[in-house]
Ligand binder design. Structure first.
Ligand SMILES: Cc1cc2nc3c(=O)[nH]c(=O)nc-3n(C[C@H](O)[C@H](O)[C@H](O)COP(=O)(O)OP(=O)(O)OC[C@H]3O[C@@H](n4cnc5c(N)ncnc54)[C@H](O)[C@@H]3O)c2cc1C
Ligand code: SF4
Length: 571
């Protein structure tokens, strides 16, 4: 018996998917359901659905530091600290330690928030889910910015619908061109002051306001319950992991769907270091991984490879995949790998207090807010900058926490805190960042503990983003004023970096030609056609809506194409 042949057999699959986050989960589901034997290589530890959510059912007093990050956590999660919430005690176990996974900021700042474990950031995302609109795909070409998209809204529309039905998206159909409707489950309800705000902004400023569109099951269908998923019960502890499977994640939805085909092999602790290129066939033949615990190096082989390690992760794997043919990184003839990092810039908006509505309250802890679609540079509206932003926010009533640090003591003071406090309201903008080739990362000379190059980032806002931020602040105040709200506080935080939106995109853009881009319209690396990238790395522009739904739709579309090509023996 030849042990080597047996070993290679055990490491050979029809397809390899690198990463088990939102896009990798979809690749695993689609490829296994279409009959392929698939290995998912996940760099992080295994987290099991339900039993792995170690803080999900904890009470506030069960946290050693009452939820706050300790000084040590603040030091170790230095990038996370900039978000103000990711290193909190309740969900820190799902975020990556920045000190142990270092990166370098060469010029400007870049907030790289990572989650290395089964499901990646799908366990942590805010679940806000929006389709891109037609103009989003056309703007680069019309404005001569970046490169034109080789696909348009119509290419993705059926795939949006396909992934929405499986994931379960709650929302209100509005019939707006700027924010195309999804295939919705019933919408969550607005609070009374939110309804007042919506009506006032609509009447006085002609702007629509809708309830957030979220990947939560408000009325599960059979496709959801078959996977053990159930209705959202409004506890808003989602970032700890949801034992009810009520929000869409790889763990609650796509990976179990892939697993039930009997064709999925999950391989954890496997850091994909490089894609192995075969000069004779001009295709990739496998992936070399490093075990994150033992440091052992191993190779896995497959006919097709989906790279879904998160935008920066995926691009860095291609950069590190050097061969005679590709000395500057796999598929990098255009020198575009690592360039045009984008995100959604935030940290500008306004808040206020609301008088009245004392008899009204919130229903449960709604894990959602309101959404105000982009209105700038849309229709007849013209601004001094290009593209635009949407707002996310909402109104809620203060709880007893308002008494912490307040002046007062005694029975009367305590009794007053048993009643709900004032209504407050706030909206923050999510703005589109333009592609800029100088916003980039490169492989640095220093190595991490696995011997892989530490990434060096240079990224900063341009004039377009800076002008947009002023408007984000001012327009939020205008709308709160239009609704008659009081004590308006408008802000534009100056210490915001690219990356803070945790919507990192770009660095291996999709385009029309190998000369200007890394992947083609089918998400194939132009000249290494059995390598597919379907996460944020391929975005040629950023739109202003949350991006993950678009990665899901692109992944399902590309998997369908890949399997058809495989059947035709084109790969
Ligand atoms: C707090 C928060 C709120 C967010 N809110 C929203 C929102 O409301 N709406 C929205 O659309 N998006 C939101 N996002 C962004 C969203 O989470 C990401 O867009 C999405 O998860 C990206 O999917 P992905 O598959 O590209 O990457 P990820 O989900 O990050 O998964 C990447 C996976 O690849 C693995 N990996 C990385 N490198 C390697 C390697 N070398 N080898 C093997 N495996 C590797 C990682 O461990 C991880 O499991 C939010 C993110 C956060 C953190
Ligand atoms: S609010 Fe809904 S999705 Fe979030 S943890 Fe609770 S049940 Fe799960």
């Amino acid at each position: 018996m030849n042990l080597n042949i047996d070993a290679i057999k055990g490491q050979t699959f029809d397809a390899i998917v690198i990463g088990s986050g939102i896009s990798g989960g979809w690749a695993a589901k689609e490829l296994t359901e279409k009959g392929l034997k698939v290995a998912v290589l996940e760099r992080g530890r295994e987290i099991k659905h339900i039993e792995g959510y170690e803080t999900a059912m904890k009470n506030p007093w069960e946290f050693d530091h009452r939820g706050r990050p300790t000084n040590m956590a603040a030091e170790e999660y230095w990038a996370g600290m900039r978000t103000g919430y990711t290193p909190a005690e309740e969900h820190r176990y799902l975020f990556e330690n920045d000190k142990q996974n270092p990166y370098i900021e060469k010029k400007g700042g870049f907030d790289w928030i990572r989650a290395y474990h089964t499901g990646g950031k799908s366990l942590l995302w805010g679940r806000q889910t929006y389709r891109w609109n037609r103009e989003d795909f056309l703007a680069n070409e019309k404005e001569g910015v970046g490169t034109p998209w080789p696909i348009g809204y119509d290419d993705l529309a059926p795939w949006y619908s396909y992934v929405e039905k499986f994931a379960g998206i709650s929302g209100q159909a509005e019939g707006l061109d700027v924010l195309p409707d999804s295939d919705f489950l019933p919408a969550m309800q607005m609070t009374a002051p939110e309804v007042h705000f919506k009506n006032a902004v609509n009447k006085k400023l002609g702007r629509p306001v809708t309830v957030g569109r979220v990947a939560h099951l408000t009325k599960p269908g059979k496709q959801h319950t078959d996977l053990g998923r159930s209705s959202c019960n409004y506890r808003n502890k989602c970032m700890r992991g949801c034992p009810y499977g009520a929000y869409f994640s790889s763990l609650s939805a796509t990976l179990p769907a892939a697993m039930r085909t009997g064709r999925l092999t999950m391989i954890h602790n496997a850091i994909a270091a490089e894609i192995i290129y075969d000069e004779s066939t001009q295709k990739a033949k496998g992936v070399r991984v490093i075990d994150q615990n033992t440091m052992e190096s191993k190779e896995y082989f497959a006919k097709i490879i989906f790279v879904n390690a998160g935008a920066i992760g995926s691009t860095s794997i291609l950069m590190n995949s050097k061969s005679n043919r590709y000395q500057n990184g796999l598929g990098n003839d255009s020198d575009q790998l690592g360039r045009n990092i984008m995100d959604h810039h935030l940290g500008a908006g306004a808040s206020a207090t609301i008088e009245g509505f004392e008899k009204d309250y919130m229903f449960g802890n709604r894990p959602n807010g309101l959404y105000i679609p982009r209105f700038q540079n849309w229709g007849k509206d013209k601004r001094s900058y290009s593209r635009g932003f949407g707002y996310q926010g909402g109104a809620s009533r203060e709880g007893w926490g308002r008494g912490v640090g307040a002046d007062g003591f005694g029975a009367e003071f305590k009794e007053s805190l048993t009643h709900p406090g004032q209504w407050t309201v706030g909206f923050g903008g999510f703005g589109e960042i333009l592609p800029n080739p100088e916003n980039r990362f490169v492989l640095g000379a220093q190595k991490d503990k696995w011997g892989l190059p530490i990434l060096e980032f240079s990224a900063s806002f341009g004039q377009n983003e800076l002008q947009m931020r002023e408007d984000m602040m001012n327009e939020a105040a205008t709308m709160l004023e239009a609704a008659g709200f009081k004590n308006i506080n408008a802000y534009n935080k100056q210490d915001t970096h690219i990356g803070l939106g945790i919507h990192e995109m770009g660095t291996a853009r999709m385009g029309t030609s190998v000369k200007n881009s890394i992947v083609n319209k089918h998400n194939q690396v132009h000249e290494v056609k059995n390598v597919f990238m379907t996460d944020g790395a391929v975005m040629a522009s950023a739109s202003c809506v949350n991006p993950s739904l678009t990665y899901m739709a692109m992944t399902a579309r590309a998997a369908d194409f890949a399997v058809n090509e495989l059947k035709k023996r084109n790969l």
